[in-house]
Design a protein around this ligand. Sequence first.
Ligand SMILES: [Zn+2]
Length: 152
Amino acid sequence: MAKQYETVIGLEVHIELATKTKIFCGCSTEFGGAPNTHTCPVCTGMPGSLPVLNKQVVEYAMAIGLATNCKITQVCKFDRKNYFYPDNPQNYQISQLYLPIARDGYVEIESGSGKKKVRIHEMHMEEDAGKLVHDEWMILHLSIITEAVCHL
Ligand SMILES: [Zn+2]
């Protein structure tokens, strides 16, 4: 019987870079701070604030691209992706959609039938969302609102 179909599985893999500051501002990336202590007008999307790209992010992204046999693109750009969720108060995420920093790479893995190449279509740089913290008061408050709505 002829092989009619080929299984192709795509994965989106995120890697957190070990930078001391965020990708587009000087805020700390350290974990464990009190809520809203590692924020500024840029990462909260305040009017008039402009992002400044962290050079170390580009250097790390290029190093990862080279380590995974990608072609480093000569021109790349960022795009804004609409993103309405409270872990990102800007209501958009700065990411790369059309012109990513690297593409067409691979990593080699060992398998039961020998070495295989896992292709990498492209590699993007993007900002990550914040961590949401739900305190007990907020959960209780949301519960009361939900109950009120349900009883109408
Ligand atoms: Zn910031």
